[in-house]
Design a protein around this ligand. Structure first.
Ligand SMILES: [Zn+2]
Length: 290
């Protein structure tokens, strides 16, 4: 790991390209819902709950840059964004002033310079940072960027497919619709050279993960297929996952390759150890901080 002197942000060199971890904010969600069928005595050992049984989650976003290039500069995931009323701020313990744009500005990055944004899926805590309110209007955070998501996910967001009625929010999508900026993926596709999507259905059926390849090393952002490091285990699904067995299969596939090829894994909601590597252990996998 290198540290960017100007902003002191964690930066990972993959060879010719680098990934900088950008703070996309914090939120809290119910610990029981986050750990599905896992009994609380097990999960609370690694993840303490507050008096309302909520656990602290990060929204980790990635900035991908290539040495000496300005024609590709990529953001992976956008976090919860800033558009919350007081009731929601209390419910999720969201600070609306702490989101991707403030994180980027503290890294000295202007949103106009971003060419491509990739989101794993369109739930509010992943797509919320795509737009924000400026002068009374909701506008694109990244006015010059194409926005990559799977077509399956986009179509499901339009009709609110799933069990959580309020997680797909039109205010996160409409400015991108109006700008015709969507790049809708049918399967495994390249976003820009060096960044590609990998379908990992389970959390939603249109969920995908994002793979970044440098000359020396590969990294993966598995999105909500493995939201924290504590979710590495095979039965560790969220109650929010629409297709738990599919999610387990998705996790198995990329963790196998990650272990074999020593990939860096960037975990979206992990607070303590957001960047890890995987190893095979007792017929499944274990993670260790990178
Ligand atoms: Zn999430």
């Amino acid at each position: 790991m290198m540290t960017d002197n100007a902003a002191k942000l964690p930066k990972y060199d993959l060879g010719g390209c680098s990934i900088t971890l950008i703070d996309g904010g914090r939120l809290k969600l119910d610990g029981g819902a986050m750990f599905g069928i896992i009994p609380k005595p097990l999960w609370q050992q690694s993840t303490p709950a507050d008096e309302q049984n909520r656990i602290q989650l990060a929204c980790n976003c990635l900035l991908v840059e290539w040495e000496g290039e300005t024609d590709r500069r990529v953001i992976i995931e956008t976090g919860h964004g800033s558009k919350y009323d007081e009731k929601e701020q209390g419910f999720f313990e969201i600070d609306p002033s702490r989101w991707l744009l403030s994180g980027l500005r503290s890294a000295g990055v202007e949103p106009e310079t971003i060419t491509d944004v990739v989101v794993s899926h369109l739930h509010f805590d992943h797509a919320g940072g795509l737009t924000y309110e400026r002068d009374g209007r909701i506008v694109s955070t990244f006015p010059n960027a194409r926005v990559h998501v799977r077509r399956r996910e986009y179509d499901d967001a339009q009709v609110g497919f799933g069990t959580m009625k309020t997680t797909y929010r039109m205010e996160n999508l409409q400015p991108i619709d109006e700008a015709r900026a969507w790049c809708l993926h049918e399967g495994e596709e390249e976003c820009v050279p060096g960044v590609r999507s990998l379908p990992t259905p389970g959390h939603t059926r249109g969920h995908h993960s994002i793979i970044v390849t440098g000359s020396r090393r590969t990294a993966i952002f598995p999105g909500d297929s493995m939201p924290t490091a504590a979710h590495v285990g095979a039965p560790y699904n969220m109650a929010y996952d629409l297709f738990p067995l599919d999610n387990r299969e998705s996790k198995n596939k990329y963790l196998k390759r990650a272990a074999e090829e020593d990939w860096l894994i960037f975990i979206d909601h992990e607070v303590e150890t957001p960047v890890v590597t995987a190893e095979v252990k007792k017929g499944w996998y274990a993670l260790r901080p990178a």
